[in-house]
Design a protein around this ligand. Sequence first.
Ligand code: C2O
Length: 343
Amino acid sequence: VPIPAPEFPEKCTSEENCCMPYPYTGKPVRQFTIDPNLPLRIRRPVHKLNDDEIAKLEKGYQLLRSLSESDPRSLSNQAKLHCLYCDNGIYYPGMIWPLEIHNHWLFLPWHRMFLYFHERILAELLDDDSFALPYWNWDNQSEEEVANTLPDIYASNRSSSLWNHNRNKCAQQPNIVNLNTVGGCTEKTPTELRIENTRLMYTQIVSGAPTPRLFFGQAYSYGDGGGHGPGTFEDNPHGTVHLWVGDPDAPNKFDDMGNFGRAARDPIFYPHHANIDRIWTIWKTMPGKQRMEPNHTDFLDASFTYYDENADRVTVKVSQIINTTLLRYEYEESPTAWITNGQ
Ligand code: C2O
C-alpha cells in the first residue's frame, strides 16, 4: 500500500523542535495539478548566474527570511517542514513508526516537490513566475569553471541573505568539495579531490546504479518502519555534501547542513538539492534499458503534503512529478565528465 498524503499534526510533539504554526490558512487541502501556463524555468548553475539573477536570488531570500513566524512559507518554517518529514514529526493514526522520507525510494520525489514549492514561493514573493532556482554544480570538476567549491554568493558576504553562519571552516573558498568526506577538513590536494570526486560520481550514478532499485533505493510502503536502504547516491554524494558543509565544531555537530532537522535552514540546501534533482534527470538519459523510475504503485501512488506559494496545503502524488518539463522546469546543461569517469 502506498503512503497516503499525511496530515500535519495538530498536536505536534517533535523532539527536534520542528513543529510548524497551527492552524495555517483556513483553506482545505487541495490536490496538486500541473499548471501548463507557467513559463518554462531553466535552472542554471550557481557559478554562472549573471548580476541580475544574483540580485533576484538575494532579494528572494531576503523576502523569505522576513516572512512572519506564523507563515508556513518562511525559510525557518520550510526547514521545519523538512524536519517534520524526517525527524519523527509525523505519525499516521494508529501507526507506531513515524513517516520518514530518507533512506528509501521516495527520497528523490519528496525532495523534488519540496524544491518545486520552494521555487514557487520565491517566485510569488518576487512576483515573477519565471524565477528559477539555481543548482550547485559540485559534480563538475573542471579547473576553469570552479563549480565545485561552496558558491561565492553563498559564502563570501556575511550580510547576504544567502549566508549561513553554521558552516565548516574547511568548506570555504578555494577548497574543493570532498564527495567522499566524513565531515571536517581533508589533507587531499585539489588534483586528488578532482579525480576522486569524478570516480565517485561514476561509481554511484553510472556503474553502480543500472536499475531503479539501485538508483532510487529500497521500497517504502505504508506501515514500514524507517527506510530499508538508500539508493546509490543518497549517502554519497548527497549526504557527503551535507556533511562537508556542516560545521563539525557546532554544538550540534555538523549543523546546519549536516543534520536532517536543521539542514534546510541553510540557503545552500536548495541549490544542493537542485543538483541532486538534476542528476536524477541525467541518470534517465544514460544508456541502459532499466534507467527509469520504479513502476510499482507503492512508488507511483505515494503522496505527500506541502505548502504552496499561497501558504495553502497541497497534496502531490509521485506519478504527477516524474516529468520535469510538465512541471515547467528544466536544467541548463553542464559538463558531465564523470559519465565516462573522466576518460
Ligand atoms: Cu532531506 Cu538533503 O535531505
